[in-house]
Write a new protein. Sequence first.
Length: 134
Amino acid sequence: DGERPIPGPAPVVPTAPVPGPRSISPDQLVADDDPVELLLRMADAAHEIGEVVFVDPHDGMLEIIVGEPPGVGQLTATVDEATPDGVPVSFTLEPLGIAPAPSIHEIVEELMALVRRRRRSAPRRSPEAGESPR
C-alpha cells in the first residue's frame, strides 16, 4: 500500500496589515491675520472631529487622532506665518490603525467648516475691551 498522504495546505501565518502611506491635503489659505488665534480656534473645533493630542501655538502645530478603530489616523495641521493673502495651513494624515484612515480631504473640510463657523460666531473684540475703566 505504499501511498503517501497528500499534505494539506501550508498553515497561514497571520500578518498585520500595513497601514497606507501618509496623506497630504492641499494647503488651505485662511483669511485671518493672527496665526495663533487661528490655531486655537482649530484646536477648539478639532474636539468635534477627534481627540486633540498636541497643540503648540509657538510652532503652529496641532495633532488630532481621527477615525474609529481599526481605521484611525493622526491629522497634523501646521499653521504658518500670516501673509498679505491670509494664513497658510498645511495638513498631513498618518495612518495609525490596521485599516485605512478616514479621507484627509473629508476630515480637513469638516474641520475648516467648523473653524469658519466659530469665527463667524465669535464676538468681535474692540481695542477698548481689554482696558479697565478709569
